[in-house]
Ligand binder design. Structure first.
Ligand SMILES: Nc1ncnc2c1ncn2[C@@H]1O[C@H](COP(=O)(O)OP(=O)(O)OP(=O)(O)O)[C@@H](O)[C@H]1O
Ligand SMILES: [Mg+2]
Length: 241
């Protein structure tokens, strides 16, 4: 598999606080990779660093073979990195269509944008029905769909998703994970997925990394991680004693 995203020895500080320590991780083209870890382990910081929303002190971020760690966020989006931010934030006062167009803010090809808007309406018929509805009035599941569709409007090759199922009812959680697997399968987009529910995340991922206080503590294939006693104990709520 070709490597799409590579973080090498990434160090990030918040003031004097060393939050990411020599983080190394890779996402292959078209791959789903799960980023796990307890609260405050640095998962969101890793996502923000990939997007360029948090500055790194040292290390490199390569996307499609090109170093991007010194590029602006819009430049990274143009290169093919998109995000579904924590708690699937959408612009609540904007309509569904306006939210989708906001996802294409880095693009200048109007015809292509119009085409993609149509494609998103086909892919997410619920959003098409509600195109003029204010996004803040959508149900939780619909807002989630909109956050995915908005991310796709930049024609990304990688989507970074930070806890996309946060606060959703259990029934919707399964639905959202199925949707992520479908986007990956049908559109070939790679996904870096932060998810509290490790077992669910690993059920659709091919590999995973576990962050512990800012360091990659464990990594492996999804099957290896699911069988790892350290993971079972810490994240899957199973005692190995
Ligand atoms: N802007 C900031 N300034 C200072 N410290 C910060 C800032 N953002 C995050 N931190 C700290 O960095 C650490 C890692 O935070 P981060 O949000 O990356 O964790 P996380 O793994 O996403 O946690 P959670 O599972 O709770 O979302 C935490 O201790 C947090 O308090
Ligand atoms: Mg977080």
């Amino acid at each position: 598999m070709t490597t799409l995203l590579r973080l090498a020895d990434v160090n990030v500080y918040y003031g004097a606080f060393h939050v990411l320590r020599d983080v190394r991780l890779e996402v292959g083209a078209g791959e789903i990779v799960s980023l796990l870890g307890g609260n405050a382990s640095g998962k969101s910081t890793t996502m923000k660093t990939i997007l360029g929303l948090t500055r790194l002190r040292s290390g490199t971020i390569t996307f499609d073979g090109v170093p991007v760690e010194h590029r602006s966020t819009p430049a990274r989006v143009r290169a093919g990195i998109a995000s579904v931010p924590e708690a699937r934030r959408v612009f609540p006062q904007l309509t569904v269509d306006e939210n989708l167009l906001a996802g294409a803010y880095t693009r200048k090809d109007r015809a292509g944008v119009a085409e993609d808007l149509e494609r998103m309406r086909e892919h997410f018929p619920r959003l098409a029905e509600r195109r003029r509805q204010e996004a803040g009035t959508l149900s939780g599941g619909e807002q989630q769909m909109l956050a995915f569709a908005r991310a796709l409007m930049s024609r990304p090759r990688l989507i970074c998703m930070d806890e996309p199922t946060m606060g959703l009812a259990p029934r919707l959680v399964d639905q959202v994970l199925d949707e992520i697997a479908r986007l990956n399968r049908e559109l070939g987009v790679a996904v870096l997925l932060v998810e509290q529910q490790a077992e669910l995340a690993l059920s659709i991922a091919s590999r995973g990394y576990v962050l512990a206080t800012g360091e990659i503590a464990v990594q492996g294939t999804a099957d290896e991680l699911l069988r790892d006693p350290r993971i079972q104990e810490a994240y899957l709520g199973r005692s190995t004693a």
